[in-house]
Every structure is written in structure tokens, then in C-alpha cells.
Design a protein around this ligand. Structure first.
Ligand code: NAI
Length: 459
């Protein structure tokens, strides 16, 4: 009998296993593919590894701007991919070691929930049976691929985030359906290494939930580098290696590539592991379709002892959300009350330059009728940014409540904002005010000082 069974070894499940083990719980963790889940194997880590190779290559292309001559720089696609595989393997090994160190039992196989017995929740995996007092479901998500007419016939021309990472050869032309996070990160990588990239996006902007101004700046940067954007364009069909779409005037247009990446969102994995056998309630969208497991802020489902965390809740599909949700579940299972909060979850897009944001955007504040002040500064106000970014564009925007001057949102464009945004996360999580932040000493010279400089422009 285990205290806790966890299904799914991604950043929701493996972090939960480590935390639970550290609290002395007897844990079994089931994983049917690879430990680390989508994040480590076909998401965050492999893409960031590829993007770093692209960044190094980009530096060599523009080294002259820094007074350095690099002649004839080139790259080897096979070697870039091989390095990505090496990094993934190393980190998957690290996760395994971490879970084992927490004394959790790892079972590689497909777990199925059988129901609730006298002893607890019963699970089978292969021909073995397990029972546990508590269950944490972290089965994640997979790429949502709409049934475009002609999609099946297109065969392996169509790729998702999974297959594109396994390509052996660089595509000469890539069409990306969906200008969201996955679309833009791959657009960035392939644009850097010379693939002709076209992004077909249904909305009037790329990276929908992002600050409007930053989204436009980023689009402008990539348009200058040769990425073609077809906005307000709805894909209607696939014809072999051609994407058919309607432009904003309703005209039927076509664009071809040797690969077509479908990155139009992800779907929670709710089927195939016996969820129905214990009657777990699903959350429904306004159209009445299930999009995830319904949980409360303790990450509890409607069934006592059954919790869910990560993409399977269909709510905030980010690795760092999953890990925190897993921690919340474990704390509650161990008897320490903890609540999940979503107001200070950062979002980062690892393009070059990077984008990072946390809290509300200007558009959200307006839509909610909040009384806010919006202040902003170009990144060039930071000496370190100027020293390290020839012709670099960037922006820091801060949204504060007018009455209490509390920080409500921070949005940045410019490197290395992925490594700076946590300061804003702390400010929002701790409900810090402008006056409190002004007293914090930031190291000089760092790009992070831009946050403090921007805070000083609040009236
Ligand atoms: P997304 O939701 O970010 O973007 C999908 C885009 O596709 C949207 O802009 C949408 O308007 C567009 N779209 C939908 N249907 C379309 C159609 N028929 N024609 C043209 N455009 C269409 O989803 P994405 O990029 O697939 O990412 C999935 C999840 O993975 C997200 O939740 C994201 O947060 C997460 N992720 C996070 C990363 C990060 O934190 N850096 C990196 C990669 C993924």
C-alpha cells in the first residue's frame, strides 16, 4: 500500500514525487514514455537547446557589430540536433536520480485506474496491481491537431512539436499554422538557421495573450529578418505540402513548405487511463466540451483523495505551473494547507529577443475597467543592455493600481528578460507597492535595473 500514486512523470508528477518523498510519503510514480514528460523530452528543454545553438550562430553572423570578425561561420544541423539529444538525455537522467533520491518507486509503464477498493485507489500497470491512499493525476497534454481537410493525406509533411524535434534534415521552407508560443519559438530557430518561415495566424496578432505593443514589436523584428506573417488568416485545408487559408478579405490563398508545423494549442490527456472508473468530474468549456480535470485551489478533484496537477487540468499549460500545482497537492495530502494562485505565473517566449511577462496586461486592465497607471521605458535605459545589444530593441512596461500603487503586471521584451521576470513575480505575489520596490537595491550594471527605473517613472 502506497501513500500516494502519481500517474505521469512530467514537471507536475516528478516534482510532486520528489516533494512527497521528502515529506516521508511512500510514493509510486508511473510513466509510460520518458521521465520528464513533454517539458524535458519534446518541449521546454529541447527547444531551448536548439534556440541556444541558433543564438550562438546569430552572434557569429553579427560579431562585426561588436568589433569581432568571424569569417565563414556555418552550422551543422545534425550536430545541433545531436547536442539537443545529449542535453535531454542528461536531464532525464537527473530527474530519475532526483526521484530515486526521494525514495519514490518509479514504474515505467502505462497505468490504468481500476477503481476504489477497500484499501484505497487501485491501479494496474502491466500485470501488476497497486493500491494507494491518494492519487495525483499528472497525465499532461498533447498537441491539438484540428481535422483540416487533407491533413491525413499530407502524411509526414505535417509535424507537431514532437516530430519537428526529430527532423534529420533542415526544411528549406516551413509553414507554421498558429503564431502562438510554440509557433514563434520554432519560427525563431528556423529563421536563424536560414529556413524560409511563414506563420499563418487566425488572430490579428501573434502570441495572443501577450501585451499588444510587445507582440507588435516582436513581429516587426522577425518580419525584418524575413519571416512572413499572414495574420487574420484562417487555415481551411491542407493540399499535400500546401496550406490553404482565407485572408482577411475572404480570398483563398496558398503557401507551401517542405514541412508544415501545426501549433494551434494543446489538449489535456483525459483518456485511456481509467479516469471514468472512479468518476472524476471534468471541467467544461462554454460549448460544453471537457477541457481538463476539474480541480479546486487545493488541486482536489471531486473524488476524495484524488488530485490533479499540470496540463491535465487544461488551465495554465506551463511546466512551472504544473510543478507548483503538484507541490500544492502534496502539501495538502501531507496535511499542510496550501492554495494555488494564478495571478503571478510568468509567461516567457524564448525568441531572440526574449519576451517575458507576469500579471495583467494593459488590455486586460482596460477590459476589466481597473483604475491603473501604465508606465514604460525602452530597454536602452539600462547601460548593460546597451553594452550587450547592438541595435537591440526592447521595452519594459509596468502596470500599477492607481489607488494603492501595487504592482499588477510587468511585461518585457529584450534579453535576458526570461532571467529577470522572477523579480516581478515576487513583487506581484507579495503585493509589493512602488514605494517598497524603490527601496530594493538592484545590482549595477544589470539589465534588471530597467524594472526599477521603470518603477521610478510611476507618478
Ligand atoms: P498557443 O495557444 O500559444 O497558440 C496557438 C495559436 O494558434 C493561437 O494564436 C491561435 O489563434 C492560433 N490558431 C488556432 N487555430 C488556428 C487556425 N486554424 N489557423 C491559424 N491559426 C490558428 O498554443 P501553442 O503555441 O500550440 O502552445 C501550446 C501550449 O504550450 C501553450 O499553452 C503554451 O503556453 C505552452 N508552451 C509554452 C512555452 C513557454 O513557456 N515558453 C513554449 C511552448 C509551449
Amino acid at each position: 500500500m502506497f501513500d500516494l500514486a502519481i500517474i505521469g512523470g512530467g514537471p507536475g508528477g516528478y516534482v510532486a514525487a520528489e516533494r512527497a518523498g521528502a515529506k516521508g510519503l511512500k510514493v509510486v510514480l508511473f510513466e509510460k514514455r520518458e521521465l520528464g514528460g513533454v517539458c524535458l523530452n519534446e518541449g521546454c528543454i529541447p527547444t531551448k537547446t536548439l534556440l541556444y545553438s541558433a543564438k550562438v550562430y546569430d552572434y557569429t553572423k553579427h560579431a562585426d557589430l561588436y568589433g569581432v570578425s568571424v569569417e565563414g561561420s556555418s552550422f551543422d544541423f545534425g550536430k545541433i540536433v545531436a547536442r539537443k539529444e545529449k542535453v535531454v538525455k542528461k536531464l532525464v537522467g537527473g530527474v530519475k536520480a532526483g526521484v530515486k533520491a526521494a525514495k519514490a518507486e518509479i514504474v515505467m509503464g502505462e497505468a490504468v485506474i481500476k477503481g476504489r477498493g477497500a484499501e484505497g485507489i487501485e491501479i494496474t500497470c502491466g500485470d501488476k496491481e497497486y493500491s494507494a491512499r491518494n492519487l495525483l493525476i499528472c497525465t499532461g497534454s498533447e498537441a491539438a491537431v484540428p481535422p483540416f481537410p487533407g491533413l491525413k493525406e499530407a502524411g509526414d509533411v505535417i509535424v507537431t512539436n514532437r516530430e519537428i524535434l526529430a527532423l534529420k534534415e533542415q526544411p528549406k521552407e516551413l509553414v507554421i499554422i498558429g503564431g502562438g508560443v510554440i509557433g514563434m519559438e520554432f519560427a525563431s530557430f528556423f529563421n536563424s538557421i536560414g529556413t524560409k518561415v511563414t506563420v499563418v495566424e487566425m488572430l490579428p496578432k501573434i502570441l495572443g495573450p501577450l501585451d499588444d505593443e510587445i507582440s507588435q514589436m516582436l513581429q516587426g523584428i522577425y518580419a525584418k529578418r524575413g519571416v512572413e506573417f499572414c495574420l487574420k488568416c484562417k487555415v481551411t485545408a491542407i493540399e499535400g505540402n500546401t496550406v490553404v487559408y482565407e485572408d482577411p478579405e475572404g480570398k483563398v490563398c496558398r503557401v507551401s513548405g517542405d514541412k508544415i508545423l501545426v501549433s494551434v494549442g494543446r489538449r489535456a490527456n483525459l483518456k485511456g487511463f481509467g479516469l471514468e472508473n472512479i468518476g472524476v468530474e471534468l471541467a467544461l468549456n462554454p460549448a460544453g466540451r471537457p477541457y481538463g480535470i476539474k480541480v479546486d485551489d487545493h488541486m482536489r478533484t471531486n473524488i476524495p483523495g484524488v488530485y490533479a496537477a499540470g496540463d491535465v487540468t487544461g488551465f495554465s499549460m506551463l511546466a512551472h505551473t504544473a510543478s507548483r500545482e503538484g507541490e500544492v497537492a502534496i502539501n495538502n495530502i501531507a496535511g499542510q494547507e496550501d492554495r494555488m494562485r494564478y495571478n503571478a505565473i510568468p509567461g516567457v517566449v524564448y525568441t531572440n529577443p526574449e519576451v517575458a511577462g507576469v500579471g495583467i496586461t494593459e488590455a486586460e486592465a482596460k477590459a476589466k475597467g481597473l483604475d491603473v497607471e501604465v508606465v514604460k521605458l525602452p530597454m536602452a535605459y539600462s547601460g548593460r543592455f546597451v553594452a550587450e545589444n547592438e541595435k537591440g530593441e526592447g521595452l519594459c512596461k509596468v502596470i500599477v493600481g492607481k489607488k494603492y500603487k501595487e504592482v499588477l503586471g510587468v511585461h518585457m521584451l529584450g534579453n535576458p528578460c526570461s532571467e529577470m521576470i522572477h523579480a516581478a513575480c515576487i513583487a506581484i505575489e507579495q503585493e509589493m507597492t512602488v514605494a517598497q520596490l524603490k527601496e530594493v537595491v538592484f545590482p549595477h550594471p544589470t539589465v534588471s535595473e530597467i524594472f526599477k527605473e521603470t518603477i521610478f517613472t510611476v507618478k
